[in-house]
Write a protein that binds this ligand. Structure first.
Ligand SMILES: [Zn+2]
Length: 510
């Protein structure tokens, strides 16, 4: 596809030369805005899959002006940029509605000290890596640093960034429980007050300032489009974390609805997803890899148990947004896949200094931490494959059969893992979803129109329709025929601006 690009690049030069000439001859006439014509291309739009056709898409001022689903489209006007799409496919660009832009994959905050150059290089590449895999819209679900989001928004080429503001954990619950008691309230100032734990909450925080309604208002005022809360009892052997009550989720629901914010809830267990369903959340932000329900463990049931099926049935029926995030688990498992870091795809999304650090003994720290018992790699992988990965795939497969409302989100990075890299993680998550039983159509819709609708951004995004933002991808393969179409991008259109894919790779020749 490089050849097609060079040809259309030449057209750009000719077009701007003509524009300058005509301006010189007739300075009084304002020149019409430059149009971009993507001609003779197969148009695949998720709301219109019954009418996949070859035709022309016209872009003007960053928006889709017109679509001609016929090969006899009128000739482009003089001065238009023409991008020949023959043999290629045009799709809406992708939306990842679960990312964490401030976290550096593979590193904890202590390790970041003294590596400012390495981290700056990573942060410069971060928005480009999302674009490299076709993501022009991302949603950060838990803002720790408005400055980092601002930096992404101000970088020369970047996806549009939306966010859920500061998240709403329960006081001393997940995830603030990971921080030392004296730091966690400063890290999570938008926590929900828990009257049952008055003695464990610093006196400077007043209950009336930390009701769910007060927290939601803060998110709204910070410019968020969504709110994120959590239901998580814990990990490994510790399941004693405090969790939100039905009253708290009900108040959060009411406040989010009043403020027109989308309500996301973290939950990866049967119990938590049943709770989210009852609380009528908009999106469940993980797949179901824990089948434990309070005292009884269903984790060893070989198939999805009937009682879990009935919860999943309701999640599907109510069209609650669902993000399986299978790569959360794979992101841990890859520390025991010796070849993972050698994949050429990784050098496309991570600068070489950071990649070299991942390979160093220090860079392996997270793998050592999650494998406390020093199990051989094969055995570690087997535990994941037969345990949480099996369960999340089975639950996801069941939801796929029921045509649940999948909204594509990766949780990149889900923890301090180098197994969840920006952009690439989306492509890997799609492979996980496909292996778990989602059809190519389900995946395509999840990453485009389903996301746009659930996020209430569908007036602008999610399909190829007149008036929408010209965020598009030109592919050499069809995403309805194979998943590797998402790795066959030749051009990313970002608000109408064509970006040749290889120019945003981490190892692009600058
Ligand atoms: Zn997350």
């Amino acid at each position: 596809m490089g050849i097609a690009w060079i040809r259309s690049g030449a057209t750009v030069l000719v077009a701007s030369f003509l524009a300058i000439t005509s301006f010189a001859q007739a300075p009084s006439k304002p020149s019409p805005p430059t149009q971009t014509w993507i001609t003779d291309v197969t148009i695949i739009s998720p709301e219109n899959l019954d009418h996949v056709a070859t035709g022309t898409v016209v872009i003007e001022d960053g928006r889709i002006l017109r679509i001609d689903r016929s090969t006899r489209a009128p000739k482009p006007p003089a001065g238009a940029v023409v991008i020949p799409g023959k043999g290629q496919y045009l799709v809406p660009s992708l939306i990842d509605s679960h990312v964490h832009l401030a976290s550096v994959p593979g590193m904890n905050s202590d390790q970041q000290a003294g590596k400012s150059q390495m981290i700056e290089a990573y942060r410069r590449q971060l928005p480009r890596s999302y674009l490299y895999y076709g993501y022009t819209t991302v949603v950060d679900l838990a803002v720790f640093s408005q400055k980092i989001l601002q930096d992404v928004r101000q970088s020369p080429l970047h996806p549009d960034v939306y966010d859920c503001g500061e998240s709403l954990p329960l006081a001393n619950g997940y995830p603030m429980s990971f921080w030392p008691a004296e730091q966690r309230f400063k890290q999570f100032p938008n926590f929900i007050y828990d009257p049952a734990q008055g003695d464990k909450i610093p006196a400077e925080y007043k209950p009336e300032d930390h009701t769910p309604a007060a927290d939601v208002t803060r998110v709204k005022n910070s410019g968020g489009i969504c709110v994120k809360t959590f239901f998580e009892r814990g990990f490994a052997d510790n399941f004693k974390l405090p969790v939100i009550t039905s009253e708290m989720i009900a108040e959060t629901r009411r406040a989010a609805t009043q403020s027109n914010l989308v309500l996301f809830m973290h939950g990866n267990s049967f119990e938590s997803q049943k709770f989210g369903l009852a609380g009528n959340v908009d999106v469940i932000a993980h797949g179901m890899w824990h089948w434990k329900d309070r005292d009884r463990s269903l984790d060893n049931e070989p198939q999805v148990p009937a009682e879990i099926k009935s919860t999943l049935d309701e999640i599907a029926q109510k069209k609650i947004g669902y993000q399986p995030t299978i790569q959360v688990l794979e992101g841990e498992r890859v520390y025991f896949e010796p070849e993972f870091l050698n994949s050429p795809a990784i050098a496309k999304v991570v600068p070489k200094e950071l990649l070299a650090w991942f390979r160093s003994p220090e860079g392996q720290w997270f793998g050592n931490e999650i494998n406390e018992d020093h199990l051989p790699a094969e055995q570690f992988r087997k535990i994941y494959d037969e345990g949480p990965l099996r369960r999340v795939r089975q639950a996801t497969a069941y939801l796929a059969q029921k045509d649940a409302n999948f909204v594509f989100g990766t949780d990149t990075p889900s923890g301090p893992t180098y197994g969840n890299l920006p952009g690439l993680n989306g492509y890997l998550e799609m492979q996980q979803l496909h292996n778990a039983g989602l059809s190519l159509t389900q995946i395509f819709k999840a990453a485009t129109i389903n996301n746009a609708r659930k996020l209430k951004l569908d007036a602008q995004l999610g399909s190829i329709e007149p008036g929408k933002t010209a965020n598009l991808l030109l592919l050499s393969k069809s995403p309805l025929e194979s998943l590797d179409a998402y790795d066959s991008i030749s051009t990313i259109f970002l608000h109408g601006k064509p970006i040749p894919r290889e120019t945003v790779a981490a190892n692009a020749i600058q």
